[in-house]
Design a protein around this ligand. Sequence first.
Ligand code: ADP
Ligand code: ADP
Ligand code: ZN
Length: 215
Amino acid sequence: MRLVIIGPPGAGKGTQAQYLVETFGLAHVATGDLFRAAISQGTPLGQEAKKYLDAGQLVPDAVTVSMVRERLREPDCQRGFLLDGFPRTVPQAEALQAMLAENGAALDAVLNIDVPEEKLVARLTGRRVCRRCGANYHLVYNPPRVAGVCDRCGGELYQRSDDTEETVRRRRQVYREQTAPLLAYYRQQGLLREVDGDQSVQEVGRAVLRALGRQ
Ligand code: ADP
Ligand code: ADP
Ligand code: ZN
């Protein structure tokens, strides 16, 4: 299975992705996580990407597409993958389609997790992320069993430096201008599956399975 999960920052893409990849045995390809790993390792890619993440802007398409192309060549992706946070622009979507077509492959579905704008700031400012495995938590809506500690791996939880109100506002604008047009692109291809993300984590999870025809 080859899936894409789209939604504005804070919609719950990463949270649902975590369940989906476990349920279906997919590789989890999250471009934000890949950029953050490159930044913390200080690679040339990380040095290039950092200024964009700090500003809440998109990393240029050429850089992002070549990173994804390399990642999708790795063995774990051959069993199927879930793209989380990619594509985010129409040119990225076109590049993805061409990349898959080279191997005679195509996407099975694109999930759009929709959440009213006014709920997103609270989701993002309360978000905490595991330094070790990348799992997402929320101080109020999805707290870990022990404060500050990841349930899955015992790693330390931290707050992302781009989860501040100002950067969140910028990211949302970038979403509206550059990512929202993707919905029409995928709807036209008959791939788009709409999911109401304004419910509990468990309810959204069930809606995702229904949207995929798996429940
Ligand atoms: P969120 O989960 O809040 O939507 P991500 O972790 O997916 O955020 O992305 C964090 C940042 O990484 C983005 O603000 C952007 O700077 C960069 N980024 C992630 N994915 C892409 C992409 N597909 N194209 C360009 N930049 C990206
Ligand atoms: P995205 O990857 O789309 O930016 P996340 O999965 O990181 O979003 O979720 C953003 C924040 O909202 C996290 O703190 C997460 O724990 C929380 N969250 C995710 N899904 C829900 C939900 N259905 N209800 C309330 N909070 C949620
Ligand atoms: Zn963890």
